[in-house]
Ligand binder design. Structure first.
Ligand code: KG4
Ligand code: ZN
Length: 388
């Protein structure tokens, strides 16, 4: 099955094309034919966060070039034109609210024909609704132009599917499976007793852990998105300066509570108070603060996840979302799973941890296999979509 994946839920415009065969029961093999991504991070840097309307404008600009790049990589850009003028008129009406996208897409469809595809998978949520709609309408337009069925994908299921795959195949693992999803918008523990069935057993009550990383970075005058910058400072503190750095102590919010919920807003506030009281912040102070903040996040994530794993007899832990690129958090989770000894850890390579369209194509493949195609009329963006 050939699946095109489209991702526009936040500030990454991404399109991927995969070929996949097999089933969960008998094993699945994937081949990546094309994988393209354009990050808008530079556009949002000046605001210190993602601005929905800027994201919407940038997705409109980027989608066609990114699609072309993915198709070029797949060697599928030279197909002769196949769309009629009537179809183009229909697409123009559909993209009434995305005129710039239609301009780009119209030009593209007038010169290039339909690639051989079995489904177009698109992120419908969760995420920023204005951004999601651009991807959803783009998928609908391609569905009309190429006569290919659509599949609605939950972005968080995309993170899980990508983390559960191991290079060019679905990893071998046992159920029950627990997913620790840690990103800019989510911090969740999700239990799957069955494959592709989800029960959210815990979530953040305020900020997501990635959001806390980004806010802490801002407090330290580091650029957006701040996670990688805070992480770099923290590893410098661990490797270079060691014990010579000032000692700072931050709280581990909710680490002792019996539920599986998280809270990161208080931790961020503690960082803000420390920064305000320690002006001007020396480089040593910044490094020590980054290390202690990262330790606090890792401690809470590991403690709650390991307790959830033991209580539910979990055999496989999947970690996904942008924060799973964090090397310290990865190491702490790996060590905890090794010590526990009764569960397997699946975590994506750091470069695939942040948003991309491969994850959407993977999840789309599993949904398409279940014949879960979506009619264009009913396909909608849903910013608050939950896994179920
Ligand atoms: O999954 P993702 O790309 O987008 C969402 O779905 O939110 O996650 C982005 C988040 C951002 O908050 C970013 O700062 C964080 O992941 N992040 C990191 C690292 N790399 C990305 N946080 C900590 N350490 C990292 N190395
Ligand atoms: Zn994400």
């Amino acid at each position: 099955m050939r699946i095109l994946g489209i991702e526009t839920s936040c500030d990454e415009t991404a399109v991927s094309l995969i070929e996949a065969h097999g089933s969960f029961e008998n094993g699945v093999a994937f081949r990546i034919l094309g994988n393209a991504l354009l990050s808008q991070a530079k556009e949002h840097e000046k605001y210190g966060g993602v601005f929905p309307n800027v994201a919407k404008r940038e997705h409109q600009r980027a989608l066609v070039p990114v699609l072309q790049e993915a198709l070029r990589e797949a060697g599928l850009l030279d197909t002769p034109r196949s769309v009629s003028e009537e179809t183009l008129t229909e697409i123009e009406q559909l993209l009434e609210r995305e005129p710039e996208l239609f301009m780009n897409l119209g030009t593209f469809l007038r010169s290039t024909g339909a690639p051989p595809l079995d489904a177009i998978a698109v992120t419908v949520g969760p995420g920023l609704e204005p951004a999601l709609w651009v991807g959803v309408n783009f998928a609908k337009a391609l569905g009309i132009a190429w006569r290919v069925p659509l599949v609605a994908v939950n972005h968080m299921e995309g993170h899980i599917m990508l983390s559960a795959s191991d290079g060019d195949r679905l990893a071998r693992f046992e159920l029950p499976l627990m997913s620790l999803l840690i990103s800019g918008g989510h911090t969740e523990l999700v239990l799957s007793r069955e494959w592709m069935q989800y029960e959210i057993i815990g979530a953040t009550r305020d900020d997501a852990v990635g959001e806390a990383f980004d806010k802490v970075a801002r407090l330290m005058d580091l650029p957006y998105p701040g996670g990688p910058h805070v992480s770099r400072l923290a590893s410098q503190a661990r490797t270079q300066s060691g014990d010579a750095l000032p000692s700072i102590s931050l709280p581990r919010p909710m680490i002792e509570t019996k539920d599986y919920d998280f809270s990161f807003a208080g931790l961020k506030t503690a960082v803000r108070r420390f920064v305000e009281a320690s002006q001007p912040l020396s480089d040593d102070m910044k490094m020590a603060l980054a290390r202690e903040f990262e330790d606090a996040c890792a401690d809470v994530l590991v403690a709650k996840t390991m307790r959830a794993i033991e209580e539910h007899g979990v055999k496989t832990l999947v970690v996904g979302g942008g924060v799973s690129a964090n090397s310290h958090i990865r190491t702490c989770l790996k060590d905890a799973i090794t010590d526990y000894g009764c569960a397997k850890l699946l975590i994506p390579p750091p470069e695939l941890a942040t948003d991309n369209a491969l994850m959407i194509a993977f999840a789309g493949f599993f949904r398409a296999q279940k014949q879960e195609f979506a009619a264009a009329e009913t396909l909608r963006a849903n910013g608050n979509m939950k896994l179920s």
